[in-house]
Every structure is written in structure tokens, then in C-alpha cells.
Design a protein around this ligand. Structure first.
Ligand SMILES: Nc1ncnc2c1ncn2[C@@H]1O[C@H](COP(=O)(O)OP(=O)(O)OP(=O)(O)O)[C@@H](O)[C@H]1O
Ligand SMILES: [Mg+2]
Length: 274
């Protein structure tokens, strides 16, 4: 990725509110092809809303978004050809898989988007089988998605985008509720996408994975506003700022009978030496 890569998304002064509930306040952000961006922020800061706007599920009340140089508006996507082209290029894995899954079986779920978007059937079958295998859920193939466990649902939601193989990946808390092996496989896969030069935009609170999946970090700190933008090591080493933005927290616990308080990366496992 270089500064000369074409912009994938240009977000200009975007404000979004759900009825009267403000979610994004005057956000401006350019994301270029091949960039790997992590979006950090406390609960309710606006990460998922921003991803849904990039996926054209919501449209901002103020400001504008361009995707691949063209305005990303409701009117533009009313044209089938443009909507299909956009949906083939951009895939979102929802934070809440219940909001994403709708098919009667896992297999239908994983093959629906690519078939609907006109990819050749044989290729779709091959990719879907590969995606189920990568996430170790081949055995769930004929199950109903809404009757699966939370982690299983998340894997199906991921597999349905894996089978589409878009050029722009929007991942909303992708490792949340995955077991360690599945997390590792997903991170390896993100590494593969990186080598293929894909654009990967990840909302996460898992600070442990940020340096592996991103070259750039934007952070919501003030209410619903992006106030930091920089390299992962810069932002992650600014300890006071991370505390201020609610991304790490003081944690009280007991060792050898003595209670003390120290900070942890939030909300990751308690991996520290004493
Ligand atoms: N459907 C909705 N209706 C009303 N308000 C909403 C809705 N979805 C989100 N919000 C509000 O919009 C704001 C931003 O929410 P969003 O889901 O984008 O945050 P987030 O950063 O993804 O949080 P989390 O870390 O909990 O996933 C919050 O104040 C939230 O309460
Ligand atoms: Mg969210």
C-alpha cells in the first residue's frame, strides 16, 4: 500500500444519529486500497455504525461517503448493476451474527451471497467448502444457523463473507467469541489477505491483535468522534491515552494474598508476569 493507492472510501464530515441518539459526529477519513485499518473505541463509541455506513447499510444524515471514487448513496445503489458491483467488492462480517444470518441452513447461508451476486456455481461450492473447512464447521453444514451457539454463529457469519472473497473486508469484532484455535486460524487468514493486497478494516477492542492485523489505527475517544489516527505502535504505546479512551482499565485482583491494582489491555486474557 502506498499513499498513491486509489482511495477505497472517502468519508467526509459524516454525522449519523439513530433517531435522536447520536452515533457518529463529523467523521472524516480516507481509506486507501490495500490499507489495513483498525478502528478502536469504547462500547457505544460508533465503530459498528461506521462499518455499516461503509457497507452502505446506513446512509449519513450529514456529510458524504464515496466508495471507489463514486458517491455511495441510496439513490446510486437503487441501480441494480451498481449495487451488485458494490456488494461483490465489499463484505461485512457483523458484530452480532443474529443480525446477519437468515438462511435455513449453514450451507445456504455460506453460498447465498456469492450465488446471488452471480459468481459461477462451481467456484462458489469450492469456496464455501474451503471456508467451512478453514473455520472447522463443515459438520454444521446442514444445521439451522439460528440454533447454533454464539461462537458457531460467528463462524458461519465469517464463512459467508469468506466464500464471497471481496476485495474490501469490513470485520466487526471478528475474534470476539471465537475459541483460541479459530482465532489463530482467522488471524492466519487475515495474513493471507494481506499478502493478496486486500483492504481490511477491523473494529476491535482486542488490542493484542491490532499490530498483527493493522498498519494504521483510528481511535474514537471523544464521544462519537475520531480523535487519533496513526501507526499501531504509536497509539498502543500511548498508555495514558488508552486509559483515557477506555481501552485499558484498572483491574483489581489478588496474588499471594496481597491485593493490588494494575492495568490490563482490555478485555484480553490476563497474560502478564509477576
Ligand atoms: N439500533 C440502534 N438504535 C438506537 N441507537 C443505537 C442503535 N445502534 C447503536 N446505537 C447507539 O449508537 C451509538 C454507537 O453505537 P455502535 O454500535 O456504533 O457502537 P460500537 O462502538 O460499535 O460499540 P460496541 O463496542 O459496544 O460494539 C451508541 O450510543 C449506541 O447506543
Ligand atoms: Mg460494535
Amino acid at each position: 500500500m502506498s499513499q498513491d493507492s486509489p482511495p477505497v472510501f472517502q468519508v467526509e464530515h459524516v454525522t449519523y444519529a439513530y433517531n435522536n441518539q447520536i452515533a457518529l459526529k463529523d467523521i472524516s477519513l480516507t481509506i486507501r486500497a490495500g490499507e489495513r485499518l483498525a478502528i478502536l473505541g469504547a462500547n457505544g463509541s460508533g465503530k459498528s455504525t461506521l462499518l455499516k455506513i461503509l457497507d452502505a447499510l446506513y446512509f449519513p444524515q450529514r456529510g458524504a461517503v464515496r466508495a471507489f471514487g463514486e458517491p455511495l448513496t441510496e439513490a446510486a445503489l437503487r441501480e441494480d448493476a451498481r449495487a451488485f458491483a458494490f456488494r461483490r467488492r465489499v463484505g461485512l462480517v457483523f458484530q452480532d451474527p443474529d443480525a446477519q444470518l437468515f438462511s435455513p441452513t449453514v450451507w445456504d447461508e455460506v453460498t447465498f451471497a456469492p450465488l446471488h451476486l452471480g459468481l459461477p456455481r462451481a467456484e462458489v461450492i469450492e469456496r464455501a467448502e474451503w471456508a467451512l473447512d478453514l473455520l472447522n464447521i463443515t459438520k454444521l453444514r446442514d444445521r439451522a444457523p439460528h440454533r447454533l451457539s454464539g461462537g458457531e454463529k460467528k463462524k458461519v457469519a465469517l464463512a459467508s463473507v469468506l466464500s464471497l472473497r471481496p476485495e474490501v473486508w469490513l470485520l466487526d469484532e471478528p475474534t470476539a467469541s471465537l475459541d483460541p484455535r479459530s482465532q489463530a486460524r482467522l488471524l492466519d487468514f487475515i495474513g493471507e489477505l494481506t499478502r493478496e493486497g486486500k483492504t481490511i478494516i477491523t473494529a476491535t477492542q482486542d488490542l493484542d491483535i491490532v499490530e498483527e492485523i493493522a498498519d494504521r489505527v483510528v481511535m474514537f475517544c471523544e464521544e462519537h468522534e475520531i480523535t487519533s489516527d496513526g501507526a499501531p505502535h504509536e497509539l498502543l504505546s500511548d498508555y495514558d491515552r488508552l486509559v483515557e479512551c477506555n481501552l485499558i482499565h484498572a483491574h483489581r485482583h489478588t496474588h499471594d494474598g496481597t491485593e493490588h491494582v494494575h492495568h490490563h489491555l482490555h478485555p484480553v486474557s490476563h497474560r502478564h508476569a509477576h
